[in-house]
Write a protein that binds this ligand. Sequence first.
Ligand SMILES: Cc1cc2nc3c(=O)[nH]c(=O)nc-3n(C[C@H](O)[C@H](O)[C@H](O)COP(=O)(O)OP(=O)(O)OC[C@H]3O[C@@H](n4cnc5c(N)ncnc54)[C@H](O)[C@@H]3O)c2cc1C
Length: 489
Amino acid sequence: MKTSAAPHNLLFQQLADILPQDAILTAKEDLHPYECDGLTAYRHLPLAVVLPTTTEQVQLIVKTCSRLKIPVVARGAGTGLSGGALPHEGGIVLSLARFKQIMEIDTVNLHARVQPGVRNLAISQAVDHLGLFYAPDPSSQIACSIGGNVAENSGGVHCLKYGLTVHNILEIKVVTIDGELLIIGNDRLDTPGYDLLALMTGSEGMLGIVVEVLVKLTVKPETVQVLMADFAMVNDAGDAVAAIISKGIIPAGLEMMDNPALRAAEDFIHAGYPIDANAILLCELDGTEDEVSEQVARVSAILKEYRAGTIHIAKTAAERARLWAGRKAAFPAVGRISPDYYCMDGTIPRKHLAHVLQKINDFSQTYALGVANVFHAGDGNLHPLILYDANRPGELEKAERFGADILALCVKVGGSITGEHGVGHEKLDSMCVQFGEAELEVFHAVKRAFDPDELLNPGKAVPTLHRCAELGAMHVHHGQLSHPELPRF
Ligand SMILES: Cc1cc2nc3c(=O)[nH]c(=O)nc-3n(C[C@H](O)[C@H](O)[C@H](O)COP(=O)(O)OP(=O)(O)OC[C@H]3O[C@@H](n4cnc5c(N)ncnc54)[C@H](O)[C@@H]3O)c2cc1C
C-alpha cells in the first residue's frame, strides 16, 4: 500500500474542519491507550485517534483519509485478542466509542437498533425487564462493543444453541472507504442479491466501518439449569462433550476447563469449582420445565457413562451466575498466575477434542511453557492460554511458535485457525496453513472490490501471497505442523 509523502499536516487541518478539538487526539500521552488491543504483545502508535459522534462525521473522516491515502483502523472497545485494532503507524484510529445509543427496541418484531459503540451486555440489560436478551455473549461482554462483535463475528457461551453474531443480526449500516453509506440486510426472511451481511460479519474492519446494527432479541427461556461435572481424566470430559451433542441434545452452553484454568478461576472468583478435578464441564440446559428436566436426566446419564465424578446441579439463580462468573473470568484469572499469557483460538471437530488436548499437552512439554485450557467445548472452539514471561528473552517467540503449532494441528484434524477471535495481525501466517493460493486470491479480490487502495485496516487478516510463499507455507498448506521436529498428529 502506498501513502503520500507527508500529508499529515493536511490531514490534521481537514480533521479539525470535521470534528471538535476534543475529538482529535494527537499528543503521545493521549495516543498510548490506543497502542494495542487485548493482544498486548504488539503495539504501535497511530498518527491520531479520532472520536466522532455522528455517521456524517465518520463519512467525512473516511473520505478525507481516502483522498489523502491515510490508513484507517476502526476501533470499538479494544478488547480484541488478535491485534485487529492494532494501529497503523502511518494512519489514524477511528474510535466508535462515542456511538453509545440504543436507538430503538421493538418488542413485537423482537429486534433492537443500536449504535456500534454500545457494549454487548448493555443490550441484554436494556431488555431484561421485557423478558428478552441478546444471545451472543462473549466473555468480554461487559466491555466489548457490538461493532467489534460484528467485525469479529464474535461468539460466546450461548452461541452453541443460539448462533454466532452473524446469526443474530439483521441489518447493518456501513460507511465505505469512499464515504458512502450502505444499508446491508433487513428484517425479512431473505434478501435478493449476494449475502453481504454475512460477508461484512467477521470482515475485521477491512471492508467498511459499521455505524449501526439491527440485532435480534431472543425471548428468555422458561427454565434454566446448570450442571457441573468433574472428571479425573481430561479425555473423558472431551469425549462426553462429543457424546452429548451426538445424541441430539443442544445445550445452551457446554464449556470445559482443565485443572490449571479451573484452579486459577476458583482462586479468583470462588465459584465453587472442585480444584482437584483434572477437568470440569459446565452444561446449561434451557427450555420449558419438562424439556429441561428430561435433558438434565439424559445429560447426567451420558456424563456418568464417561466417568464423571460428581454431577452438581446449581440450586439457585445466584449459584448458576457464580458458576458462569468463574468461566467468564477465566482469562483474567489466568493472568494472575502467569506474568503473561497468549490466548489461542482454534476450532476442531468435537470428536477430536480429547486427542487434540493431549497433543497440546505434548507441545507444552516440548516448549517448556505451561498451558491452561478453557473453552467453548460444545462448539469445538479451543482457547489454550499459553503461559510465558515476556521479560525472559525468547519466551514470546516460543509462545508464538507453540500457538502456531496448535493452530496447524487444528487445521490438520479438519478444523480452523480461529473460532471467534479473528485473524487480525496475530494469525496472518496461520492463514497460509489454512488456505491455498486460490482461496487467498479470492479474499484479495473481495478486499480490492471494497477498498482498492487498501486503506481500511491494511495488512490484517489476509496475508499476501508473497508472505505465504516466503514462509514456504504454500506447499505445506492444509495442515503441516510448522516445526518438523514436533510430534505429528
Ligand atoms: C477477557 C476476554 C474474553 C474474551 N472472550 C471472548 C469470547 O468469549 N468470544 C469472542 O468472540 N471474543 C472474545 N474476546 C475477544 C473480543 O472481546 C471480541 O473479539 C470483541 O468482539 C471485540 O470487540 P471490541 O469492541 O473490543 O473490538 P475491537 O477490539 O476494538 O476491534 C476488533 C476488530 O473489529 C474492528 N472494528 C471494531 N469496531 C468496528 C466497527 N464499528 N466497524 C468496523 N470494524 C470495527 C477493529 O478494526 C478490529 O479489527 C475476549 C476478549 C477478552 C479480553
